[in-house]
Design a protein around this ligand. Structure first.
Ligand SMILES: O=P(O)(O)OC[C@H]1O[C@](O)(COP(=O)(O)O)[C@@H](O)[C@@H]1O
Ligand SMILES: [Mg+2]
Ligand SMILES: [Mg+2]
Length: 337
């Protein structure tokens, strides 16, 4: 029985827990040994703790700046950026399935001490930091690779610079009106809503597909004058067609809305950010993997995001992501002008 048939037989009913979903999927892969499943559980566990802290942030004095200066991006770290970073690092260290990770909040590779582990993770512990203190949806984004360096040795840069097409899994958690974990392991995309009372992620959005087109465009209008001319032309066209402008300012939240309803998110290069703002390894690659697995598209104006050759841990990239017809239309306007 091939994997596709095995998976088709596994069309799990809404209401299935994430754990059961992961276990069922694992049995579809005769070579699976449970490490990736356990890693995904460790991610889910950390996100439950962070979800609780986000909900109570105003009561726990974990709002506002961390006062620890800037992170490697030159951005002021928020307290919740630091808290979320610590939670994920701790959960992945204790879980034992990750030998090393990189994070938006740390300059260098974080070695967990689990040198016999087979996986490395790239993570944006808290996405949408500018929205933390104002109670607007924020998220976590993660990307998982099988290491290429020998098990037992220390992971190296090479483990993280394998390229977007080498991801074995990617996902995000959206801490919004409800908390949802959206995940792909390369066989489609599914969403799990967190049930606080059960403390469980429950399958609520099996086999998510992004509509080919939508009525929504998402970008920071304030930067429009600095965008490449073809992008400005595309946005003018969106407005002439009376499409709806929606911009939350949290990539995870803007992406998720467009995934469900159809739409396009744009963060082009600007004069101030000639490489773009978003980070390739822990924002663009994982979201592009999810988008493509859901039938959408993601590019930087010249090529697929997943085809971009990575050169450094915190490199940035322009990001155009969303409904395939809308990305094709944008690309049709020759973005290199
Ligand atoms: O404030 P801007 O320039 O519109 O940027 C907003 C974008 O930057 C981000 O906040 C960057 O992510 P972080 O919050 O993880 O640094 C995205 O979530 C969001 O889409
Ligand atoms: Mg981010
Ligand atoms: Mg972040």
């Amino acid at each position: 029985m091939n994997v596709q048939t095995a998976l088709a037989n596994l069309a799990l009913p809404v209401g299935t827990t994430l754990d059961r979903y992961i276990m069922q999927r694992q049995t579809a892969f005769p070579y699976a040994t449970g490490e990736l499943s356990q890693l995904l559980r460790d991610m889910a566990l950390a996100s439950k703790i962070i979800n609780r802290e986000i909900n109570r942030a105003g009561l726990m004095d974990i709002t506002g700046s961390a006062g620890s200066g800037n992170n490697v991006q030159g951005e002021t770290q928020q307290k919740l950026d630091v808290v979320a970073n610590i939670r994920f690092i701790r959960a992945l260290k204790n879980g034992g399935e990750v030998c090393a990770l990189i994070s938006e909040e740390d300059e260098d590779i974080i070695h967990t001490g689990n040198d016999n582990a087979k996986y490395v993770v790239a993570i944006d512990p808290l996405d949408g930091s500018s929205n933390i203190d104002v109670n607007v949806s924020i998220g976590t984004i993660f990307s998982i690779y099988r290491r290429i360096t020998p098990v037992g040795s220390k992971a190296t840069l090479a483990d993280f610079l394998q390229g977007g097409d080498q991801q074995v899994a990617a996902g995000y958690i959206l801490y919004g009106s409800s908390t949802i974990l959206v995940l792909t392991t390369g066989e489609g995309v599914s969403g799990f809503t967190y049930d606080n009372s059960l403390g469980e992620y429950i399958l609520s959005h099996p086999n998510l597909r992004q509509p080919r087109a939508g009525q929504i465009f998402s970008c920071n209008d304030g930067n429009e004058a600095d965008y490449p001319i073809p992008v400005q032309a595309y946005l003018r066209q969106c407005k002439q067609q009376r499409l709806t402008g929606r911009y939350i300012g949290s990539l995870v939240a803007d992406f998720h809305r467009n995934l469900i309803k159809g739409g396009i998110y744009l963060y082009p290069q600007t004069a101030r950010l000639p490489e773009g703002k978003l980070r390739l390894l822990y924002e663009c690659y994982p979201m592009a993997f999810i988008a493509e697995q859901a039938g959408g598209r993601a590019c930087n104006g010249e090529q697929r995001i997943l085809a971009i050759a990575p050169t450094s841990l915190h490199q940035r990239s322009p990001l155009f992501i969303g409904s395939s017809d809308m990305i094709n239309q944008l690309n049709g306007m020759s973005l290199n002008g």
